[in-house]
Design a protein around this ligand. Sequence first.
Ligand code: PMP
Length: 428
Amino acid sequence: MTVSLLDRRHATLGRHSPLFYDEPVHLVAGEGVWLTDVSGRRYLDAYNNVPHVGHAHPRIVEALRSQAATLNIHTRYLNERVVDYAEALLARFEPGLDRVLLTNSGSEANDLALRIATQHTGSRGVLVTDCSYHGNTTLLAGMTTGLATHEPLGEHVRSFAVPDLDAPANRARRESDVLAEALASVDRAVGELAASEHGVAAVLVECLFSTEGLPRVPAGFVSGLAERVHAAGGLVIADEVQAGLGRTGARFWGYQRHGLAPDVVTLGKPLGNGHPLAGVVTTPELLEEFGSRNEYFNTFAGNPVSAAVGHEVLRVIDEEDLVANTVALGLRIRDELAPALAAHPRLGPLRGEGLFFGFEVFTDGSREQPDGPATKRLVEAVKARGVLLSRIGPTGSVLKIRPPLALREDDVPVLLEALAGAVDELDG
Ligand code: PMP
């Protein structure tokens, strides 16, 4: 009897290693925004944000190959690759944010950012949203509110709700009222921490609110949150693991949509286009303070191969005009999808920006009750039509569309037709 790949996987990785779909997709190749499964079937990838400039991009493959064939070594020797990359990366930030510590994952970056904040402030207290995910270290598991973890929420952690103007309870309310209520709840969380033995070290916030389901937050919420944390002596850490590197279009970083001036920015996922590369960007003062107290060394982080790959990703984004592409295709999809959603009784309005968007699915035409199971069926039905995407939000009721920025004009009808067909099936 032959043992299936799935059985072999369970026997080695265990049964809980997450897999998408009722029938897992067995992939063997990728190119641009297209993936090929073991039977030769091609899928449009409208989910993955790691292969930012496209799967198996020849320039990224060549950058990796040629540096790996020359030298790969940790950062305790001089080599120009890491410095060249650091200069190119930091040039994308506002003046002041001009130091970087490279890491291998977003989790490591957030963990390190929290160490910087706790050492700078002398406090331990951290604020996160009530449906957040920032990584899988012990520290971060103790502040995860949006994913199953056995770790209890740390005593030094407080969470706050993110207001959504499109939530059923807010639809008929004035934006200013929703904002005032949300900031009052932030005030309570900050006040509680400040009065506790923990004090306020930082808010760790992902300004697109992906795990939260891309809510439409009132203008002034994110800046109001930052003001309150700063006033309590804490730092603002912007988690750009998902929102960064042109994902939201015209502004290169997600926090810039909110006019935020973070003290620390954490990076990950798309930075190495699939190669493990992440980092923490901060001010010279904060890095100096941290560095003077800690000998921070990270064996693989910032090695010449990673740096060559990261640098090539930045060049490809520029030379292939991928930010302009993100703006143009994001708007085109919005223009075509928004009216279809408005006309459908069970679907909410389009959320998100650039090439990261979604819409909520409801149980019926009153659009009151989010419908996670129906959203799951929609994801399966879209897959059956050859397009891969997913779902997010506290109850998994928001469809998540997040293709590589290498999406092309010709791919847009493929995505829209699969969505239209799957939505028709939802009705049937
Ligand atoms: N922050 C955010 C916003 C993320 O989405 C993730 C990963 N899903 C992380 C941090 C953790 O990154 P990694 O998996 O690279 O550790």
